[in-house]
Design a protein around this ligand. Structure first.
Ligand code: PRP
Ligand code: URA
Length: 208
């Protein structure tokens, strides 16, 4: 259930994001681009199926109008997940969007939920986005909130993951596919991913 998206275009962009000298604007642009590239990988098993309608081409041919075989909900975890959602949604113009607000308590490293608004969709495929999977606490709680709504088909998109976080999600939610661009080495004593890229939210929004 762990998919490490191995692509040289993504690897070079991520490497630039890790550089402490990369400014907020470039960091946001790179995250946006990587999110679009990773979306192709996350949904490569979906099917384009006929809607029942027809379209006519400029060459006077009539062909089936197509749609994806799933209704998709994209759910960024605030704040840092917002940095991924446009890149994902640009690839999925018909997706609906939910939001889950969570921050990690600096001392306990436990997630604190402060917002949850999810659209009502019949039997959707839900994609949670958050650049960082560190202890895995935020991802696990977000998945639980989405399951509580009755949604069962859930995927998790992260940029960088620590083995500790991957393990926690796999143990608590073994049905959830995890997509990451890099499985990093470990967490430091403050719960930051090593080598990682620092605090993603602060780097996206310039709140360092
Ligand atoms: C970061 C990150 C994840 C979480 C990961 O958010 O965006 O949501 O930490 O850590 P975990 O796997 O140990 O739960 P943060 O709490 O810094 O909030 P922010 O996005 O508002 O900056
Ligand atoms: N959250 C971040 O933004 N970065 C980390 O390395 C861990 C949690």
């Amino acid at each position: 259930m762990l998919h490490v998206v191995d692509n040289p275009l993504i690897a070079v962009k991520l490497n630039y994001m890790r550089d402490e000298r990369t400014n907020s604007k470039d960091f946001r642009t790179l995250l946006d681009e990587i999110s679009s590239l990773m979306t192709l990988e996350v949904f490569k098993d979906l099917k384009a199926v006929p809607t029942g309608d027809k379209i006519k081409t400029p060459t006077n041919c009539e062909i089936d109008k197509l749609k994806l075989n799933y209704n998709i909900i994209v759910v960024p975890i605030l704040r840092a997940g917002i940095g991924m959602s446009n890149g994902v949604i640009n690839m999925l113009p018909t997706a609906r969007i939910g939001h889950i607000g969570m921050y990690r308590d600096e001392k306990t490293l436990k997630p604190v939920e402060y917002f949850c608004k999810l659209p009502y969709v019949n039997d959707p495929l839900v994609l949670i986005c958050d650049p960082m999977l560190a202890t895995g606490g935020s991802a696990c709680d977000a998945i639980s909130l989405i399951k509580k709504r009755g949604y069962k088909n859930i995927r998790l998109l992260n940029l960088v993951g620590a083995p500790e976080g991957v393990k926690k999600v796999q143990e608590e939610h073994p049905d959830v596919h995890i997509y990451i661009a890099s499985l990093d080495e470990r967490l430091n004593e403050k719960g930051y991913i090593l080598p990682g890229l620092g605090d993603a939210g602060d780097r996206i929004f310039g709140t360092l």
